[in-house]
Design a protein around this ligand. Structure first.
Ligand SMILES: [Zn+2]
Length: 176
C-alpha cells in the first residue's frame, strides 16, 4: 500500500492504541512502526530502477515472521505499551500491504521470499515496472528524482528490468 495511506491508517490506529494503553507516546510509536517499515524498499528500488537490474523483493522488514516473533515475545514477557504499539503498527502495515498489493499468499513471508531467491517475478508475478515507478514518483518525488538523475547521469538506456517485468506479466497469464 502507498506510504501516504499507511501514514493515515497508522495515525488512526495509534490513537486506538493510546486509548487502550493510556500512553500518549503510543501514537508516534505506532505511526513509526506502521510507516517506517517501508524504508526497507530502498535497496530494491535502487537496484531495480536506478541500476536497472532484475527486480528484487528483499524488503526485509516486511515479514510475518517479525510479527510472530514480537507476539511470542509478548506472550512470554508481557505486553508493555511500546510492544503493543509496535505490533499493531507493523501488523496493520503487513495486513493492508497483503490485501492491497495483490501479491501471492506468502509474499510477505521472509522465509518464502528467500526460498524464491528474493526474485520479484516469482514473489509477485503481476508486478509492473512502469506502474510501480509511477506510484513511487507520486509518493516520494525527491527519491524518484534522485533515481532519474542517476539513470540520466549513468546514461543507462538499456533497461534490464523491463523484459523482466514483462516476463512477470506473462507468468501471471500462465497461472490464470
Ligand atoms: Zn509496505
Amino acid at each position: 500500500m502507498r506510504p501516504s495511506r499507511h501514514l493515515a491508517l497508522s495515525a488512526g490506529v495509534g490513537v486506538g492504541v493510546w486509548a487502550i494503553t493510556g500512553e500518549p507516546w503510543s501514537i508516534p510509536v505506532t505511526l513509526g512502526a506502521g510507516v517506517l517499515v517501508d524504508i526497507d524498499h530502498a535497496p530494491d528500488l535502487w537496484w531495480t530502477f536506478a541500476l536497472r537490474r532484475k527486480p528484487t523483493a528483499t524488503f526485509l522488514l516486511h515479514g510475518w515472521e517479525w510479527l510472530g516473533a514480537a507476539i511470542a515475545f509478548g506472550v512470554w514477557f508481557g505486553f508493555p505499551w511500546w510492544l503493543l504499539a509496535l505490533i499493531v503498527g507493523h501488523g496493520f502495515h503487513l495486513v493492508t500491504d497483503h490485501i492491497f498489493n495483490g501479491g501471492l499468499t506468502f509474499s510477505y513471508s521472509l522465509i518464502y521470499r528467500a526460498s524464491q531467491g528474493f526474485q520479484m517475478a516469482r514473489v509477485a508475478p503481476g508486478w509492473d515496472f512502469d506502474y510501480a515507478f509511477k506510484v513511487f514518483k507520486k509518493e516520494m518525488p525527491p527519491a524518484a528524482w534522485l533515481i532519474e538523475w542517476w539513470v540520466k547521469r549513468s546514461g543507462s538506456s538499456d533497461c534490464e528490468a523491463r523484459p523482466e517485468a514483462h516476463k512477470a506479466e506473462e507468468r501471471l497469464d500462465v497461472q490464470r
